[in-house]
Design a protein around this ligand. Structure first.
Ligand SMILES: *[C@@H]1O[C@H](CO)[C@@H](O)[C@H](O)[C@H]1NC(C)=O
Ligand SMILES: *[C@@H]1O[C@H](CO)[C@@H](O)[C@H](O)[C@H]1NC(C)=O
Ligand SMILES: *[C@@H]1O[C@H](CO)[C@@H](O)[C@H](O)[C@H]1NC(C)=O
Ligand SMILES: *[C@@H]1O[C@H](CO)[C@@H](O)[C@H](O)[C@H]1NC(C)=O
Ligand SMILES: *[C@@H]1O[C@H](CO)[C@@H](O)[C@H](O)[C@H]1NC(C)=O
Ligand SMILES: *[C@@H]1O[C@H](CO)[C@@H](O)[C@H](O)[C@H]1NC(C)=O
Ligand SMILES: *[C@@H]1O[C@H](CO)[C@@H](O)[C@H](O)[C@H]1NC(C)=O
Ligand SMILES: *[C@@H]1O[C@H](CO)[C@@H](O)[C@H](O)[C@H]1NC(C)=O
Ligand SMILES: *[C@@H]1O[C@H](CO)[C@@H](O)[C@H](O)[C@H]1NC(C)=O
Ligand SMILES: *[C@@H]1O[C@H](CO)[C@@H](O)[C@H](O)[C@H]1NC(C)=O
Ligand SMILES: *[C@@H]1O[C@H](CO)[C@@H](O)[C@H](O)[C@H]1NC(C)=O
Ligand SMILES: *[C@@H]1O[C@H](CO)[C@@H](O)[C@H](O)[C@H]1NC(C)=O
Length: 419
């Protein structure tokens, strides 16, 4: 509660409405008469830019008016690698390039270009630059002659920006003109299909009652991120509960819903850089949560600075997305871990907050794959005081009873003597 009140003023600056519908887009690169890259996907970009007063984040869906830029795209037969460059709006673009070793092919790089002059998207931007951000090897790969198929949301982080794909079918180095019928299913979907129940049952159903029942505390998940070396650089153990308000399709009004992340249905990914670390948790195709940690090396402290959520649940009128990148939670000294067993509410935007349970996190300075000494949250320290106070009160009571007994005994003894 303390935390959510402290951040109340920040919320005024960082409240973003859901932007439009996610639209399916089909993109194709052909050379002469044969297709070499084909993609059917939905994507949304989360872009942070500066206004004269403060940074602002917008969610930009890839529109269905996107077209392939034939001049920049190529099958790679003449020179270089196959690449698909798609443009949309005024001067925005998404680029995918591929590489192969003969048995597997993978996305070698992902590029996002956006034009800050476009005031219909980047209102009040204090720059008019065209910005390009890239991510090398975003971890999307498939066996050659198969289609990469991933229904689950997949987030790729490009510096401060995030690209989230969903419902993606993609193939490069295509043997024919259509997507191969053999598929490589992404890990997130495999986790999803190995369960006997669909993910939608993992969340509480919306009821007609305006006040939803809390689904009970979430199960605690254990997540870790390794850098390119294979060295663990981020460790987290926590139970997470999303608290989302959205417009229900069936009820035609705003409803509130709790969603517990189920650890063994959750796919974790992320990255560690010198001053920032990101943990992306995706449950099935419908729910993706990103936690961004920032290190202040002057102060030797790190904290949870950003939370981003993307949810596409069946009863929503539009996919829900929210982000706040100016948060200040879980502040800890570098070389320590942060621990809070008590439930904490992390307010993100008015329509979304995250409840944490039995949390322990270390985002920087992880050595030997283990948590360092913990700094415990104030609420845990308060909780620990309760047994001490109760114990002291009980001891006091025993003492009072004992004294009363002794006094009583002395009085009755004295009384007997006078008779
Ligand atoms: C492409 O296909 C069309 C008809 O499908 C054919 O007329 C044309 O000659 C082909 N072009 C090349 C370069 O193969
Ligand atoms: C916003 O401005 C600050 C200060 O000039 C700069 O460090 C930061 O990179 C800018 N952010 C973006 C998203 O351009
Ligand atoms: C844009 O605003 C940020 C603060 O939000 C400031 O640091 C930056 O210098 C400004 N950039 C330009 C080009 O005015
Ligand atoms: C794009 O989406 C809009 C609204 O969702 C729809 O009306 C339009 O027909 C779509 N256009 C194409 C080319 O699919
Ligand atoms: C960027 O957007 C502005 C305004 O919409 C437009 O005039 C300009 O041509 C765009 N830049 C590019 C490179 O497309
Ligand atoms: C291609 O790369 C994968 C994974 O790195 C490896 O298992 C496979 O043997 C490689 N294939 C060839 C032909 O080098
Ligand atoms: C992929 O398909 C092409 C055309 O059907 C074939 O020539 C090639 O050997 C196949 N490659 C693999 C690794 O199966
Ligand atoms: C997930 O965990 C629950 C409870 O721990 C267990 O009952 C279930 O079988 C697990 N599912 C999978 C797919 O591992
Ligand atoms: C790889 O590991 C070594 C030592 O374990 C470390 O010094 C180096 O920074 C690591 N490289 C990366 C990219 O993290
Ligand atoms: C969920 O969020 C609503 C506001 O949107 C708030 O009133 C409610 O107390 C929150 N519930 C929990 C358990 O955090
Ligand atoms: C939803 O509710 C609004 C008023 O709250 C009403 O105008 C609209 O017609 C309703 N739509 C449906 C589909 O019931
Ligand atoms: C880092 O911490 C120092 C000292 O507390 C503070 O002055 C500085 O503004 C912080 N830097 C950032 C980027 O927050």
């Amino acid at each position: 509660m303390k935390l959510s009140m402290a951040s109340g003023s920040l919320l005024l600056f960082t409240w973003f409405a859901v932007m439009g519908f996610l639209q399916a887009v089909t993109l194709e690169v052909r050379e002469r008469n044969s297709t070499c890259i084909k993609a059917e996907l939905s994507a949304v970009f989360s872009i942070t830019y500066n206004t004269s007063s403060s940074p602002r984040t917008v969610q930009v869906p890839l529109p269905n008016t996107t077209t392939v830029d034939l001049a920049s795209s190529s099958c790679g037969s003449v020179a270089g690698t196959p690449a698909l460059v798609a443009t949309f709006g005024s001067g925005h673009a998404l680029g995918l390039s591929f590489s192969t070793n003969g048995s597997l092919y993978s996305m070698a790089a992902l590029m996002l270009q956006y034009n800050l002059s476009d005031s219909s998207i980047f209102a009040e931007a204090n720059s008019s630059a065209v910005v390009t951000v890239t991510s090398a090897s975003p971890g999307i790969w498939a066996a050659i002659n198969t289609t990469y198929h991933c229904v689950s949301a997949t987030s790729v982080i490009l510096g401060d920006q995030t690209v989230t794909f969903s419902d993606m079918r993609l193939e490069a180095y295509m043997p024919g003109n259509g997507l191969s019928s053999d598929e490589t299913i992404c890990a997130a979907d495999q986790a999803h299909t190995t369960t006997t129940t669909p993910t939608t049952t993992a969340r509480t159903p919306t009821t007609a009652s305006p006040a939803p029942t809390t689904p009970g505390p979430p199960e605690r998940g254990i997540y870790s991120i390794s850098n390119s070396n294979g060295t663990v650089c981020l460790l987290a153990q926590m139970g997470l509960q999303l608290n989302v308000s959205y417009v229900s399709q069936s009820q035609n009004k705003t409803v509130q819903e709790y969603f517990n992340l189920t650890p063994n249905l959750t796919n974790s990914s992320g990255s560690c850089e010198d001053n920032s670390a990101t943990l992306v948790l995706a449950q099935g195709r419908t729910t993706t949560l990103s936690l961004i940690f920032t290190l202040n090396s002057t102060a030797n402290k790190y904290h949870l600075s950003g939370i981003n959520v993307l949810a596409n649940w069946s009863d929503m009128t539009a996919p829900f997305s929210a982000e706040n990148t100016s948060l200040d939670y879980l502040r800890t000294t570098l070389g320590r871990s942060y621990m809070c067993n008590t439930e904490q509410t992390l307010a993100v935007v008015p329509s979304f907050s995250l409840n944490t349970f039995k949390l322990r996190v270390q985002a920087f300075g992880v050595t030997t794959n283990q948590f360092a000494t913990a700094e415990e949250c104030q609420m845990d320290q308060d909780e620990m005081l309760i047994p001490i106070i109760v114990g002291a009160a009980l001891a006091g009571l025993v003492l009072v009873v004992l004294i009363a007994y002794l006094i009583g005994r002395k009085r009755s003894h004295a009384g007997y003597q006078t008779i």
